[in-house]
Design a protein around this ligand. Structure first.
Ligand code: ATP
Ligand code: NI
Length: 307
């Protein structure tokens, strides 16, 4: 049984437009993701494809004007706002994308210590600071005194000491120097090897491929492919979705060819397959309805042409 299972998740926002008219904008549709204990799932996809919203939906911290449908299960049990609140920071930890999530009024060392659930909190905090190359003097500092990379390491530390069973890391590495970044990624691998599940949301596909077991590819608010990491190789021939293939080939070490066109805005989504307007394989059938996710070769894909 997966430790975390997101099925058919849709999220929309009520927005007021001119003249107090309300408009409902769908930003995530029919999203499907599962996470097993002991594995790292990397979530990749363009900016605005819904990665952070997925993280916030799992933690139960979406803004009040969000309308959510679909199910999120943790250990087979449906999550509700009250179970989310009790699991948050304990069994399910978030490393947020923005360092603004640090408490501006609390010394950094204290913030990390409050996440320690068993054993000596100071020892645990000092050990993790050492591991992430943060000097001991940093524990007495306030967030405004930290550099971007230091703040990012403070957020990482909070999750690392937490004993959580599921860690959701939303873009945890920007601003880190290569040594610290490697340490952070190794830490995620160790967590998974010790039986945790890690969801690593990242733009850094190369790093993701080094440590992840599976990759979920997001596009315009939905999952288009779920593939084992080994499939990201060669020309991308083992990948299932045209967008995943294009994303892979766009990497500098591959063809470095950008994908023509741009991701549609949530207020202007095409009917049918969301990638069809940019897809070289698209046929008229693709614009009729959004294809379901289906199983192909040890992975999943949302494309009627995939084989
Ligand atoms: N509070 C909100 N109200 C309205 N729309 C929102 C809100 N929060 C996010 N969105 C929209 O939802 C979409 C997905 O946003 P999200 O932050 O999940 O993207 P992302 O994949 O994490 O992007 P990035 O890689 O840049 O972090 C975007 O189009 C964004 O504009
Ligand atoms: Ni994000």
């Amino acid at each position: 049984m997966p430790i975390l299972e997101v099925e058919n998740l849709s999220i929309s926002f009520n927005q007021y437009t001119a003249g107090l008219k309300r408009k409902n904008i769908q930003v995530i549709s029919s999203l499907h993701v599962t996470l097993e204990a002991g594995e790292i799932l990397a979530v990749v996809g363009a900016s605005g494809s819904g990665k952070s919203l997925l993280a916030h939906a799992i933690l139960g911290i979406l803004p009040d004007n969000a309308l959510v449908s679909g199910t999120i299960k943790y250990n087979g049990e449906l999550l509700t706002p009250s179970t989310q609140a009790s699991l948050r920071g304990k069994e399910i930890a978030l490393i947020p994308q923005s360092t603004n999530y640090l408490d501006p009024l609390m010394r950094v060392g204290n913030q990390v210590r409050t996440s320690v659930q068993t054993g000596d909190a100071t020892l645990a905090q000092r050990a993790v600071f050492k591991r992430l190359h943060l000097q001991q003097t940093v524990e007495k500092m306030y967030p405004f005194q930290l550099s971007g990379g230091m703040a990012r390491r403070a957020l990482l530390s909070t999750a690392i000491v937490s004993d959580a069973k599921v860690i959701i890391a939303d873009e945890p590495t920007p601003g880190l120097d290569p040594v610290v970044m490697k340490e952070a990624l190794n830490n995620f691998r160790e967590f998974a090897d010790n039986g945790c599940a890690v969801m690593l949301i990242t733009h850094d596909i190369e790093s993701a491929l080094m440590i992840a077991d599976k990759i979920a590819v997001f596009y315009a608010g939905t999952t288009v492919e779920l593939a084992p990491v080994e499939d990201f190789t060669g020309n991308g021939e083992a990948l299932r979705h045209p967008y995943s293939k294009a994303l892979w080939r766009a990497l500098p070490q591959n063809d470095f060819t950008p994908i023509p066109g741009s991701q549609p805005h949530p207020s202007d989504l095409p009917t049918g397959c969301l990638f069809a307007p940019r897809c070289t394989m698209a046929t008229s059938a693709c614009s009729e309805e959004q294809p379901d996710m289906r199983n192909i070769r040890n992975g999943m894909v949302r494309c009627m042409h995939a084989t």
